[in-house]
Design a protein around this ligand. Sequence first.
Ligand SMILES: Nc1ncnc2c1ncn2[C@@H]1O[C@H](COP(=O)(O)OP(=O)(O)OP(=O)(O)O)[C@@H](O)[C@H]1O
Length: 499
Amino acid sequence: MVFDWPYTLSLLWSRDFWQATLTVVELSLASWAISVVLGFGVALARQSPAWLLRRTAATYIWFFRSLPLLVLLIFVYNFPQAFPSTGPLLSQPFVAGLIALVLSETAYIAEIHRGALVAIGKGQYEAGHVLGLSKLGLQRLIVIPQALRVALPALGNEYISIVKLTSLVSVISLAEILLVGQRYYTQNFKVMETMLAVAFYYVLVVTVFDSLLRRLERHLDFSSRKAALSDAEQPGVIDLRERRVQAGSPEPEIRLERGGKHFGEVEVFRDLDLAIPTGQVVSIIGPSGSGKTTLIRCLNGLETLDRGIVHLKGVPVLAGTQETATIPAGKQKRHLLEVGMVFQSFNLFPHRTVLENVMLGPIYHNRAPRPQVEAAARAILGQVGMLAHENKYPHQLSGGQQQRVAIARALAMEPSILLFDEPTSALDPETVGEVLRIIADLARSGRTMVIVTHEMKFALQVSDRIIFMEKGRIQFDGTPDALRDRPQHGDRLAEFARL
Ligand SMILES: Nc1ncnc2c1ncn2[C@@H]1O[C@H](COP(=O)(O)OP(=O)(O)OP(=O)(O)O)[C@@H](O)[C@H]1O
């Protein structure tokens, strides 16, 4: 047999093949784009706390992954036999092919998204929560950009699979590349020559889109961006120590009334009362597992209380799940913006620069026009000594620098109370000092602060009040001097504080 090269080459500018290639591109892109969006919804539903939603999503994924696409195509195309009213729509091979591909691909893509969503740490959601982002805002600004970057290589792969799967649509007579090839070789019997041209068109589509997806991947890959120092001028340096807050309000800045919390069998605390007056700096110390972190997480709604009420300046803002009082979500959110939080593990948004991290909250809440927010963010970054790093991404910073940015991010929301959850525990000993210096400056500024810490010396130096917690109970609540003056008879606190 002589291979007819001139015939194969002539197929490369065949109008029928180029038309079919356009159909394949349209069908595959539309199927992919729709499945990427719907798949995200199914992935979210798969993780939903609502049992029915979770089960429905899981059943959808199970069913459509089990069903061969060919069966689905024939079923959708012949659906009008049972429901004639769907005829005008589903008897069009392109529409029937699109629906079958979307039904099937949404199930696969949902699992890709789920993998990407799992890769986003709980800390990212918590950081979004303390900045007062709504569920939608959190998805749009924090989750989707990060999940997309994680999922993109697998989504690109799925696109290539879809391009190849479009060849199955030939069974419902859509004039795609394979069907055009079949029509040619059934007339001239030049199977090999025709199929070589068919292969060329598929490879062409895949190669073009693969290179476009790679470009998009590179564009979204913030980890490979250059770490450039900024030469921005410090706009109006404000010394943290000069920003004294008016103290002396009759109501405590924050108050927990009869707080109770347990995790399963473990009761963390019960009937706990705590009131922090405006301008007071309180350090909470105590052995591991005594409930310090859970306590401050309950103060800003990161953990739900079982019992008790949290009041901000006398207004109830959070109620335990077993309380009869309910507080509207909108009211909770508005008030909780007053409570800033700095986490042990920083929880900066890795896909945003230092400046963008600091600006995110005020921009989201429309606190001021963008140039004003930017100037304020730069001023705060200057205060924490991070202005030169404003254009860097979090992974390009040391732990201490990341924590200073996290403090700046919390300050940018102008909270009336700042909670610190072991802010130096994740740091190298060399960088602990730089973060403690910033916190000490803030403490001297008259801000209301609650610091959970294991840094005893630091707590004694900067705090107005020390609380020692053990087994969920407050065992000591007094000034640093009162703690130092305690008789040294080897009790638990003296032993813990090594006084
Ligand atoms: N999400 C959770 N699920 C189940 N148990 C939890 C959870 N978080 C905390 N606990 C438990 O609650 C208790 C108090 O933990 P918490 O983290 O508040 O203590 P801590 O005093 O801050 O400890 P550390 O100083 O080690 O951070 C511990 O027994 C802990 O195991």
